[in-house]
Design a binder for this molecule. Structure first.
Ligand code: SAJ
Length: 442
């Protein structure tokens, strides 16, 4: 008889208690989605503010549907949050670990939060299904997670079940993608994977792909690395296009008509908390085995240099109308890492604004977030663009694609200069309205 018969019974009959360590961008949506399916869910977080907010029915994660979902599940008594993280382990049959795995200044993985959550889980793993969802440097489950969990005296696969199942949902479409994306399930044993499959099948209609832990770890990092390399290629081609007088947006659009070409878009830099970091997980993993990942490292460099490229473009654009950067007011449109999110982590705006500030006046605007990065800031676009010499589009918020150029022209100093980091405006239209238009890949 399997020692997990009781757990299996609870999972199959949906009577298991679910614990979630980490109520961040992914942990909270996961917790709320399970609670919405009728599971009793206890979420643990070390932030008092997060716990208070959740218990008040408020979602600190600003994503479509989250306010309603958290409000509803807390109100129904199925979702609760606590700072007593060991209590979360004690009360759970299935325990999800969804903590941040950032990189440090040295670009090396910082697994402090992960180690801490695993130590918490090691307070009582026996008889449970433990699922790690955080993105990991390949090899981490075996090298770091299992030893910490087994320090409890319990053995993985024998005394507790263990699965690595990375989150893969896109911020701005989080709930929708958690509910429909294929999910990778890497179990330490067949029983681990099968039970995890049961659990996840309740919240997703996506395919549940079973593999081993090492493959699951690698695949997650590979996906974001693929995106980073693809964007780097687009950025490099965009810089070539600028030299050749070719419109990169058009060139990429035409190239993508080829049935086997699918290039992403150039931009002012690659931000967020995943794509700029995950390639370093691969790089670090390879380094440990004496392997240098040349393509991935170069792609990172290209993308990390893009904010500087935009800075040079601002200077060139102002120069084209006889203005100097130091005598100009620069308006930055969008401080989030991409459009239509309120997340500013890793935003290219930060580097652009911080580099401009010692030289010139910077006034930024964002419709969705308050973040000045040290300069002047307003949620009212008029404050930013009034008497500006140059307007720089950094985040592709939907509202910027509808910019009223007549009004903008009236507000700005003449001749108005636009630097379009996202190619969100029509160059021809901007020029007709009297602007000097520069854009990444234009
Ligand atoms: N970007 C470009 N050009 C593009 C697409 C994006 O410059 O054509 C920039 C964005 O503006 C942003 C950055 O790249 O600054 C990253 O944005 P993103 O939308 O590409 O990705 P994220 O970080 O929001 O979400 C990614 C997703 N990964 C993949 O699509 C492979 C998501 O599915 C993951 O779950 C998420 O990372 C994560 O948490 O790992």
């Amino acid at each position: 008889m399997s020692p997990f018969e009781e757990l299996e019974d609870k999972i199959i009959n949906k009577k298991c208690n679910i614990g979630v360590l980490g109520l961040g961008y992914v942990g909270l949506p996961m917790a709320a989605l399970f609670a919405d399916k009728g599971y009793k869910v206890l979420g643990g977080d070390i932030s008092e503010k997060v716990v208070e907010n959740v218990n008040a029915g408020l979602s600190p994660v600003k994503e479509t549907g989250m306010d309603e979902l958290v409000g509803r599940t807390v109100h129904n008594g199925l979702l609760k949050a606590t700072m007593d993280v060991e209590g979360v382990v004690r009360d759970s049959d299935v325990l999800l670990i969804v903590v941040q795995t950032p990189i440090g200044e040295d670009k090396k993985p910082n697994l402090k939060a992960l180690r801490s959550a695993c130590s918490t889980a090691a307070s009582g793993p026996a008889g449970k299904l433990i699922i790690v969802e955080s993105t990991l440097p390949p090899g981490t489950t075996h090298d770091v997670i299992v030893p910490i969990l087994e320090s409890s005296g319990c053995k993985a696969g024998e005394d507790f079940l263990l699965v690595y199942s990375p989150e893969r949902a896109m911020p701005t479409r989080l709930l929708q993608e958690i509910g429909s994306n294929p999910r990778i399930i890497g179990g330490i044993s067949e029983e681990s994977s099968e039970l995890a499959k049961h659990v996840y099948s309740d919240i997703t209609s996506g395919e549940l792909v079973i593999t081993n832990i090492e493959t699951a770890e690698l695949v997650k990092v590979l996906e974001n690395t693929y995106r980073d390399v693809n964007i780097a290629l687009a950025n490099e081609i965009a810089m070539l296009c600028e030299k050749l007088g070719v419109d990169a947006a058009k060139a990429i659009e035409i190239a993508n008509k080829h049935p086997r070409v699918n290039l992403l878009s150039p931009g002012p830099g690659v931000g967020g908390h995943c794509i700029p970091k995950d390639p370093y997980f691969a790089i670090e993993s390879a380094r440990k085995h004496g392997l240098e990942l040349k393509v991935i490292s170069s792609a990172r460099r290209v993308n990390e240099d893009m904010p500087m490229h935009v800075l040079e473009m601002i200077e060139k654009a102002l120069g084209s109308v006889g203005k100097k950067l130091e005598d100009s007011k620069v308006a930055i449109l969008g401080v989030t890492y991409k459009g239509d999110t309120n997340d500013t982590r890793g935003s290219p705006s930060k580097e652009i604004i911080e580099s401009l500030l010692p030289v010139t006046e910077v006034f930024s605007h964002d419709p969705l977030v308050n973040q000045d990065f040290g300069g002047q800031f307003s949620n009212n676009m008029d404050d930013a663009v009034k008497d500006a010499d140059c307007v720089v589009v950094v985040a592709d918020h939907a509202e910027y694609s509808k910019l009223d150029l007549d009004r903008l022209s009236k507000m700005m100093k003449k001749p108005g200069v636009i630097v379009d980091g996202r190619r969100i405006l029509d160059p021809k239209h901007a020029k007709e309205k009297g602007f000097s238009y520069f854009g990444v890949g234009y």
